[in-house]
Design a binder for this molecule. Sequence first.
Ligand SMILES: NC(=O)c1ccc[n+]([C@@H]2O[C@H](COP(=O)([O-])OP(=O)(O)OC[C@H]3O[C@@H](n4cnc5c(N)ncnc54)[C@H](O)[C@@H]3O)[C@@H](O)[C@H]2O)c1
Ligand SMILES: [Zn+2]
Length: 353
Amino acid sequence: MNKITIKNNENTESEIFIENDISKKIQDFFEDKRYFLITNTTLAKLYPEILYKFNKKRIIIIKDGEKYKNFKTCNYILNELLKEKIERKDCIVALGGGVVGDMAAYCASTILRGVELIQIPTTLLAMCDSSIGGKTGYNTPFGKNLIGTFYCAKKIIIDPQFINTLDNSNYKCGLGEILKYAFIEKSCKNKKLYNLLNFLTINQTQDVKNEMPYIITCCASLKANVVSLDKKENNLRKILNLGHTYAHAIETYLKYKKISHGEAVSYGIKYAAQLSYNLSKIDKEYYNKINFLIDKFSLTNKKLKLKKEKVIELMTHDKKVQNGRINLLLPVAPLEVALFDNIDLPSLEASLL
Ligand SMILES: NC(=O)c1ccc[n+]([C@@H]2O[C@H](COP(=O)([O-])OP(=O)(O)OC[C@H]3O[C@@H](n4cnc5c(N)ncnc54)[C@H](O)[C@@H]3O)[C@@H](O)[C@H]2O)c1
Ligand SMILES: [Zn+2]
């Protein structure tokens, strides 16, 4: 079993455990307290054996989907917990992807001013990203994740076997974020260098499912390191956004349909690499390596037919454009990225292939 410890604020710690089939023995993590499970309808159907480990009265099942990531669902969860007389010494367990995880964590952080939280992430994205770092929240009509708190899970139990039931789109979504970690690894200032970039490049097959315990350990460790160095999103955490300025514009453009978030991030990384190469910040060899890896995992194969002007308009919409220039995170060397605050709009346009 791989174990990672994160030092949080106020001398608390989060522990991450990664092992195939670890979810089959979650009772080994239980102490002498009451556990409330929060999950969704899809996972409840797929994994009834996990639900059996909880008292029926302490299982809360919510509807599946980003559109239910809202105040109403959180209010429902909080009321169900209060109905069953949750106490401060009890613990909330989140079983699901980022949507369940973010809302369960929000409820754990606010109910009775905070009860213990265990995350059991079931999507690749949640394993590598959303379950780590303590960001909680839900969406409002004014935008995504606008209400939330910072609240870290005590334990994050990662069972890579959950990936076997994920559909291709959600699998690719996680792969896109994994590639992101491969390109920012040195900038994460991790003590240990995994060289995930090399690992993924030389791995013979494009289906890396069997390697997931190792790959997730690399990504979880990198994210854990970045968030422990930058607990409240001041600066270092920005490196986790490689490809995301492009990605958010593309997702808005396509109304969150057609491609997954991770695929949008992959297009974003591809464009960022093009921009970097055009501006002579990376050489041809590294430029080719980035493209090779994105192509190897077929992450940018869809014909999107994007109008360049519209993408640029969306990219500059919520970012301050000063003197016709915006800031952007770009690859500058293998495993390294840097933030530039002077990218002019013609260069940005030229990066959109
Ligand atoms: N807190 C953070 O730091 C952070 C970081 C990134 C993203 N997020 C949030 O995460 C959310 C996206 O998370 P996501 O991509 O995991 O989406 P999700 O939680 O909606 O899960 C995607 C789909 O997969 C299903 N699913 C989950 N696990 C499964 C499994 N093992 N087998 C079969 N189906 C399964 C879900 O029911 C859902 O239909 C967004 O709301 C985003 O804002 C949060
Ligand atoms: Zn992302």
